[in-house]
Design a protein around this ligand. Structure first.
Ligand SMILES: Cc1cc2nc3c(=O)[nH]c(=O)nc-3n(C[C@H](O)[C@H](O)[C@H](O)COP(=O)(O)OP(=O)(O)OC[C@H]3O[C@@H](n4cnc5c(N)ncnc54)[C@H](O)[C@@H]3O)c2cc1C
Length: 311
């Protein structure tokens, strides 16, 4: 037995993925959102699988592992999803213990093949997706499965009937009356693809270079409590300088555009059911990475609510 109707608030990667899984489970789903998919923070993401600034660790590792498997399968079977598996290297200036999320990634291995100035590192192959392609693919999937996506700026969560799934990201400050969700500003520079075929990450900057099919995302910044979405030219210059030290091949790459997004960071992801509302927000710098894992859990919570008929 499933709920008659589910309203999903939010059309970023979390809302759309939850909508897909809820539709697949037999629910009737309507997505409502102030920003449509390509206008969301999710559209600014790099976007590669990496559990950055998402907590708590045990739940994040499980959700991330689920998503990894789904993306891996998509890369194999559905090129239109915009997902590709790309090898890369994470580097450290000092020796680093094994990562807490290591079991989620097949084939993670230490490497000595490091750029000058870095002392430790590991390589693994991870899903990389082009968010413009991927979010459009997810939205098409929602509609293909019979769901709807409507622009609506809400002052409060809808009051049923049926279940409401709150995937409002940073908007949960208002819609969940939750001041523990804070913006963590991330600026990136998108440059032309000059034949870069590996991703690189130095979390300490953070500095990252993520090659997509037609361009390369170069990041980044991580400024807590900062609300401005205007790109700073000085910051862009500093990002490119740091990234070029890591990947000298970037030196002559033409800049295509500058993007800024506000990560919805929370001390821990909120994923719980309270009455007829399932809250699912606060995925920090890892919304893409956690999306399929949390969506499965939202479906379980929705089913529990329907079976018990409560409250
Ligand atoms: C520069 C940058 C790089 C990143 N790189 C990565 C990466 O490589 N990998 C990764 O996994 N993650 C990455 N992230 C993090 C990722 O983008 C976020 O975790 C993710 O986008 C959160 O998704 P979301 O759906 O919760 O929120 P959002 O994408 O922000 O969507 C929230 C939705 O809720 C709606 N909403 C909010 N308030 C209201 C309201 N009052 N009424 C109606 N609708 C409302 C919005 O309009 C929107 O549709 C990055 C983030 C940034 C900024």
């Amino acid at each position: 037995m499933v709920a008659d109707r589910v309203i999903v608030v939010g059309a970023g990667v979390i809302g759309l993925t939850c909508a897909v899984r809820l539709l697949e489970a037999g629910h009737r789903v309507d997505v409502v959102a102030r920003d449509l998919p390509l206008e969301t923070t999710s559209a600014v993401a790099a976007a590669f699988w990496y559990p950055y600034r998402g907590l708590p660790q045990e739940r994040v590792a499980t959700w991330a592992a689920t998503s990894y498997a789904v993306f891996d399968a998509l890369a194999d079977t559905d090129p239109e999803s915009g997902v590709r598996m790309v090898p890369g290297t994470e580097v450290f200036v000092a020796p680093e213990p094994d990562p807490w999320w290591g079991t989620a990634v097949p084939g993670l291995a230490r490497t000595r093949d490091l750029p000058h100035g870095w002392a430790d590192g590991w390589t693994f192959t991870t899903p990389v997706l082009d968010p413009a392609v991927y979010l459009a693919w997810l939205a098409a999937r929602v509609e293909h499965l019979g769901g709807t996506i409507t622009r609506l700026n809400l002052a409060a969560l809808p009051a049923g009937p049926g279940l409401v799934v709150n995937c409002a990201g940073l908007g949960a400050r208002l819609l969940g009356a939750d001041r523990t969700v804070v913006p963590v500003r991330g600026q990136v520079v998108v440059v032309e693809q000059t034949g870069i075929d590996r991703w690189w990450l130095d979390r300490s900057g953070p500095t990252y270079v993520v090659p997509r099919e037609h361009d390369v995302v170069v990041g980044g910044t991580d400024v807590e409590g900062e609300w401005s979405r205007t790109a700073s030219p000085a910051t862009a210059e500093a990002i490119l300088e740091r990234a070029t030290r890591l990947v000298p091949q970037l030196r002559d790459a033409r800049v295509l555009r500058h993007r800024v997004g506000l990560r919805p960071v929370r001390p821990a992801v909120r994923l719980e059911r309270v009455g007829d509302v399932v809250h699912c927000y606060g995925h920090g710098g890892a919304g893409v990475t956690l999306s399929w894992g949390v969506a499965d859990e939202v479906v379980s919570l929705a089913a529990t609510a329907a079976v018990s008929g409560s409250p």
